[in-house]
Design a protein around this ligand. Structure first.
Ligand code: OAA
Ligand code: MG
Length: 614
């Protein structure tokens, strides 16, 4: 039991190392978050951490950041006046974890598991993160894609208690007050959506809140960022989804999407209010905005504030990492006799099916990567082809249609074709990237054609959730005679392609990237996030992944999720170094740690991270 009384401060805060204030004349008690029966996870500091509170009684149990239920000792129960409010058993966190796993196993569907875990997070937040990090491989698909997609579809009918902050366009003059109502004073990163393009599911309006909530929990689970630093935000500008507008249970503004000045003001007032309240270095992650707004807002804010767009830059980074890794494996060769070893990205021909945020984001980062390797930007662009819902993105279209500038920059000087099979047969891509949001567009014929032209074609079906994947893992393997190097945005189970030959499809999802990138950004308190951070993150991930040859041989391009926190630390270290070199880091202590050496830098990054049971 750790106790602080007025006038004495005995402990440091969960992560910042600052001394906690003893509240007024109240007796301020501190709850040890330590789990005596659990081993400290080695990546974290051994210092027990404490949370200070002047609360007593039922309110301690009602606060998910303080509550640990039956893990409160008898002494703590007396101290916090919660005796009798809990059953007699005094349980270890380990036993509580086992119970939660058993409860999860008894649920009938992933959506039920999702609801159960969200409830757990609202009752005992550290136990929620302990369960999540204990089995991330199994639970990421439950708290994130694909299950989060079903949760968003059903958000209004499942609604019980609000999570995150909802800011709406009908109350522009109340935005400051709403931001002030958020209970945490030390927010360092915000995930914000306007719900217009939720995964590959389209406009889900305020139901899109599942995405910023889910991404925030990945910040904590994948990079150890303390939950109190994170804020999920939904900007409710209306919805054009008629199903939702007609749904009596819909929780958002029941009106069509507002565009123009009012929309602009909604975004701007939110950003100004957040910076006023949490300081100019608070990180803003744009997530699942519609295409036009995604690019426009990134263009508008990237030079002004600390921000990035995960669907453009995070997805680009993981895809480029995957392509670097697959190319290292010798993918893309035209025949078995050429299949001798590593190839460069410049030797591949890329065909994107889909030409939205993810496609152009990946394409631009690919160009940067090829330029980095010595190619000219024009030569690099000549290797990239895009197909949208009208057909091939060709220069001839530019005469009759206004195209988004980033898409127009990738238009090719070849005749227009509108049939995907014909396009594939003509271009003979060695890399097929699905970012269309349309399940099943990689048909058997398409995959057979790509595989006929290349010994080891790369097939990335990146649309989410699973039902929107352009093909499944088993289809990619079966239709390529098991030669495809396959990865997908949403997870697929291992596939036994022949007796004893089990492939592990890689999950090419931005969750490998944004948590580590954000950890770096918030640690050094960057005032700007340049695009180069995302190429760097891709290279770090690729360098680490190619070392695990046993895993690569089984088809999986990326490291196992159970290692993700260590991976995020490696990414964060590279990001911090890069931001310090670029003059974008503002935290003096971190700048000094960076100059002192690798160990010091790693220590300062790890000092930010939290361990739910320690
Ligand atoms: O959320 C994911 O799994 C990846 C992503 O950002 C998207 O599909 O919008
Ligand atoms: Mg997204």
């Amino acid at each position: 039991m750790f106790l602080t009384r007025a006038g004495r401060t005995l402990f440091s805060s969960a992560s910042t190392g600052r001394l906690l204030r003893v509240a007024g004349s109240h007796v301020t008690r501190s709850i040890s978050t330590a789990a005596p029966n659990l081993q400290a996870q080695p990546q974290h500091s051994d210092m027990p951490r404490f949370i200070s509170t002047s609360m007593k009684g039922a309110s301690v149990l009602a606060d998910p950041r303080l509550n640990k239920g039956t893990a409160f000792s008898q002494q703590q129960r007396a101290e916090f006046s919660i005796e009798g409010l809990l059953p007699a058993a005094e349980e270890s966190r380990e036993l509580q974890l086992r119970r939660v796993h058993a409860q999860l196993a008894s649920k009938g569907s992933d959506l039920e598991r999702y609801e159960f875990l969200m409830n757990l997070a609202s009752v005992d937040e550290r136990l929620f993160y302990a369960v999540l990090t204990d089995d991330l491989e199994a639970l990421l698909p439950v708290v994130y894609t694909p299950t989060v997609g079903s949760a968003c579809m059903n958000w209004s009918s499942m609604f019980m208690r609000p999570q995150g902050l909802y800011l709406n366009v009908d109350q522009l003059d109340r935005i400051d007050a709403m931001v002030d109502n958020w209970p945490e004073d030390d927010v360092r990163a915000i995930v914000v959506t306007d719900g217009e393009r939720i995964l590959g599911l389209g406009d889900l309006g305020a139901n899109g809140m599942g995405i910023p909530v889910g991404k925030s929990s990945l910040y904590s689970a994948c990079a150890g960022i303390p939950p109190k630093f994170l804020l999920p935000v939904t900007l409710d500008a209306g919805t054009n989804n008629s199903r939702l507008l007609a749904d009596p249970f819909y929780i958002g503004l029941k009106k069509h999407r507002v565009t123009g000045d009012a929309y602009e003001q909604l975004v701007d007032r939110f950003i100004q209010a957040a910076r006023r309240r949490w300081g100019p270095r608070v990180l803003v992650q744009f997530e699942d905005f519609g295409n036009a707004n995604a690019f426009r807002l990134l263009d508008k804010y990237q030079s002004q504030i600390t921000c990035f767009n995960d669907d453009i830059q995070g997805t680009a980074s993981i895809a480029v990492a995957g392509l670097l890794i697959a190319s290292q494996m010798g993918a893309g060769a035209a025949s078995a006799s050429q299949f001798t070893g590593p190839r460069s990205l410049g030797e591949q021909t890329f065909l994107f099916v889909g030409a939205g945020t993810a496609a152009t984001g990946i394409a631009e980062l690919l160009v940067e990567s090829m330029v980095h390797a010595g190619m000219t930007a024009d030569d690099a662009r000549r290797r990239i082809f895009l197909v949208d819902s009208s057909g091939l993105v060709s220069r001839s279209r530019l005469a009759n249609e206004t195209m988004a500038p980033n898409k127009a920059a990738l238009a090719q000087d070849i005749p227009f074709m509108d049939n995907l099979q014909e396009i594939v047969d003509t271009i003979k891509p060695s890399v097929l990237i699905g970012v269309s949001g349309t399940g099943g567009v990689f048909t058997e014929n398409i995959i057979r054609s790509v595989s006929a032209a290349h010994e080891r074609p790369i097939i990335f079906s990146l649309s989410n959730p699973t039902a929107n994947s352009e093909c499944t893992a088993s289809q990619a393997y079966a239709w390529s005679q098991n030669r495809a190097i396959f990865a997908s945005g949403s997870p697929f189970l291992p596939v036994e392609v022949a007796p004893g030959d089990i492939r592990l499809p890689g999950q090419c999802n931005n969750s490998y990237i944004f948590p580590g990138v954000a950890l770096g950004i918030i640690t050094c308190e960057a005032n700007h996030v340049p695009d180069s951070v995302f190429l760097l993150a891709a290279e770090v991930l690729a360098d680490i992944s190619v070392k695990d040859t046993a895993r690569l041989e089984r088809g999986s391009l990326f490291p196992p999720l159970r290692d993700i926190q260590n991976l995020s630390v490696r990414i964060a270290m590279a990001v911090v170094r890069h931001l310090v070199e670029g003059g974008h880091a503002t935290n003096q202590k971190v700048i000094e740690a960076c100059a002192a050496g690798e160990e010091e830098l790693e220590a300062v990054i790890r000092s930010v991270m939290f361990n739910p049971l320690h």
